[in-house]
Design a protein around this ligand. Structure first.
Ligand SMILES: Cc1cc2nc3c(=O)[nH]c(=O)nc-3n(C[C@H](O)[C@H](O)[C@H](O)COP(=O)(O)O)c2cc1C
Length: 221
């Protein structure tokens, strides 16, 4: 069982990373010998899609793959042949953060063609889980359909990688170790601390359960 778990947050040990590692623990709880690579995106140097179209060049050497040889070149190849991939991303300005988006651009665009109908060049389904963390409260997120851009991205990932993307969310995340040191009066620190202390463990559990469910699904294949 080949699994890739990607932390799209610059902050190791914080909300997205913790959610991701809980997902990994969930996978291991079902399949202890799963081959799991954990990747911190911000350790790598790479760009988004450069629109070179080598991935669409008929009879081209890189048809259906991304030719850019930078920090995520091998990871893109790994994703394509993985059984499952989890990506944890913080929400920045109502969307998946830009660094993670750069990975997604490359990961999706290179495997799709402009044929009619469009084709995806991924041989076998890859089970995807997207984990999001954000400052906004759940009420706000639901009332404003705040994750609509994530919905669209997941639809595209699902099409490209032949899967139904699973989702785990953590709302109202705690952002600083010490709120008193930052101008942050816009937020009610006590409320956020209370939410973190009572709720974040449930989010971690949801991530763990999603990892376990993913591994169980793979074992049944
Ligand atoms: C540049 C930036 C933009 C952000 N924009 C939003 C936003 O639009 N909505 C939101 O709910 N949280 C926003 N946040 C908060 C983060 O999504 C939240 O703190 C997240 O849990 C951070 O993940 P991490 O702890 O793994 O780094 C933003 C944070 C940063 C740094």
């Amino acid at each position: 069982m080949k699994i890739i778990a990607i932390n799209g947050s610059p902050r190791k040990g914080w909300n997205s990373d913790r959610l991701l590692l809980s997902w990994v623990d969930g996978v291991k709880s079902v399949c202890n010998d799963a081959n799991i690579d954990v990747v911190n995106l911000y350790d790598l140097t790479f760009t988004g899609c450069r629109s070179c179209f080598a991935c669409k060049l008929k009879d081209g050497k890189f048809f259906g793959t991304c030719p850019i040889n930078d920090g995520i070149h091998d990871i893109l190849a790994g994703i394509r042949h993985a059984d499952a991939v989890a990506i944890a991303a913080p929400i920045y300005f109502g969307d998946i953060n830009a660094y993670t988006k750069c990975l997604l651009e490359r990961m999706i665009f290179s495997v799709m063609t402009y044929g009619n109908p469009p084709r995806n060049m991924v041989e076998n389904p890859v089970e995807f889980t997207m984990l999001y963390t954000m400052n906004a409260h759940e009420d706000f997120v639901v009332a404003h359909n705040y994750l609509s851009r994530c919905d669209e991205m997941e639809t595209t990932i699902g099409w490209a990688y032949k899967c139904k993307v699973e989702r785990v969310t953590a709302y109202n995340t705690y952002q600083f170790t010490d709120y008193s040191k930052y101008e942050s009066e816009y937020f009610d620190e006590a409320d956020k601390r209370n939410y973190r202390d009572t709720h974040f463990s449930l989010d971690l559990k949801a991530a763990f359960d999603a990892g376990a469910k993913c591994a169980e699904k793979l074992l049944k294949k």
